[in-house]
Design a protein around this ligand. Structure first.
Ligand code: COA
Ligand code: MG
Length: 325
């Protein structure tokens, strides 16, 4: 281990994160009753400019009146480059009571963006005597944000999670796609020509590097990495495959832009009973190895060693959080 200890953000379940436009208050109760872990009430891109003020009022009312139970509730504010943002923060924090848990910062570009919001939120919390500290979730969805993702991650003790905003990211790097997280037919590998043999074309994941880079920055700073939206909500198989890729790479959850995607995310980001049982067996085998004075042993014909303990412990801890035996 390094002598530097990575402090972890508060542990919260973040398998599914449902987007709910602030301009559609009829959806608030439905979101509260859904199985999502986190709800983000949106003031940004799902809300048209002429609806921004009303959406803010809707959210303030919902935070006072809707029973969100144990769900984590977040507010996606407008970008720091708009004239809406300061009122999003001031009005909702001053008038929305104590229920809000998190603020989601879209298009986070530099550490200074986070610093500015930390300053504003700290002043309001102090002035209003708010007891529950607001945490921050940052969306990494621009080239600038990806370039500065390490500094952004470390910019405030309020930081809890990083989110990959695939559509805005695609626009920012001028990727040739209009999709929202779906695979791209041009991003693949044609196998080499070998005589008369038929050549195969393998689709790849064009967002692998971006998501992986974000995961590293998040984990190095004790934050939760969360994958963003999958736009085609009539394609559950496509969503599940994207979610599984993200889970395999280290993400803790994925956005749901439609209620049908919640169950898919919860399923993919909960470890299966078989995975948990395997992790427990690894821990037992390593416990025995320790007694026998060995650092590496074989289990089911595969190497396990001290690193396996940490992987297995992560799995068991997650299972315990979710109540899986
Ligand atoms: N939260 C809670 N409930 C939702 C919901 C949401 N985000 N989206 C849809 N529902 C409800 C609908 O009201 C409907 O309820 P009902 O069965 O009681 O009538 C049910 O789920 C099925 O919805 P459906 O009719 O298929 O969808 P829609 O046409 O009303 O809306 C979208 C589709 C995509 C416009 C809508 O899901 C939405 O706005 N999603 C969030 C998008 C967003 O915020 N994007 C920004 C981040 S990328
Ligand atoms: Mg966006």
């Amino acid at each position: 281990m390094s002598f530097t200890i990575v402090e972890q953000a508060p542990a919260r379940m973040n398998r599914s994160e449902l987007a709910v436009p602030g301009s559609r208050p009829e959806l608030f109760e439905k979101a509260a009753k859904s199985a999502t872990d986190v709800i983000f009430l949106d003031l940004e891109d799902a809300v048209a400019p002429n609806q921004k003020e009303q959406a803010r009022k809707n959210i303030i009312q919902a935070l006072q009146e809707v029973d969100f139970g144990k769900k984590i509730v977040s507010l996606r504010i407008n970008g720091l480059d708009t004239h809406y943002m300061y009122r999003d923060v001031v009005d909702v924090l001053e008038q929305g009571g104590e229920r809000l848990d998190l603020i989601m910062i879209p298009k986070a570009g530099t550490a200074a963006d986070i610093y500015a919001l930390d300053m504003l939120v700290t002043q309001i919390e102090t002035a209003t005597g708010r007891r529950k500290r607001i945490g921050f979730e940052m969306i990494i969805e621009t080239a600038l944000g990806m370039q500065n993702v390490e500094e952004i991650s470390a910019a405030s003790p309020r930081n809890e999670s990083l989110h990959f905003g695939v559509a805005d990211y695609a626009a920012s790097v001028k990727a040739r796609t209009t999709g929202i997280g779906e695979p791209h037919p041009d991003y693949g590998i044609l196998t080499a020509a070998e005589g008369d043999k038929a050549r195969d074309y393998h689709w790849g994941d064009m967002w692998h590097y971006a998501l992986s880079r974000m995961v590293v920055a998040a984990r190095a700073n004790g934050l939760r990495p969360v994958d963003g939206p999958y736009g085609d909500f009539s394609d559950p198989d496509g969503y599940r495959a994207a979610a599984k890729r993200a889970a395999a790479m280290g993400c803790e959850g994925k956005w749901a832009i439609h209620p049908s995607q919640i169950a898919l995310a919860n399923e993919v980001f909960s470890p299966s009973e078989a995975e948990v049982a395997k992790a427990r067996r690894i821990l037992e085998a390593m416990e025995q190895a320790k007694k026998d004075g060995k650092g590496a042993v074989a289990l089911d014909g595969r190497l396990i060693d001290i690193a396996s303990i940490k992987q297995a412990e992560n799995m068991v801890r997650l299972a315990e959080q979710l109540g899986i035996d």
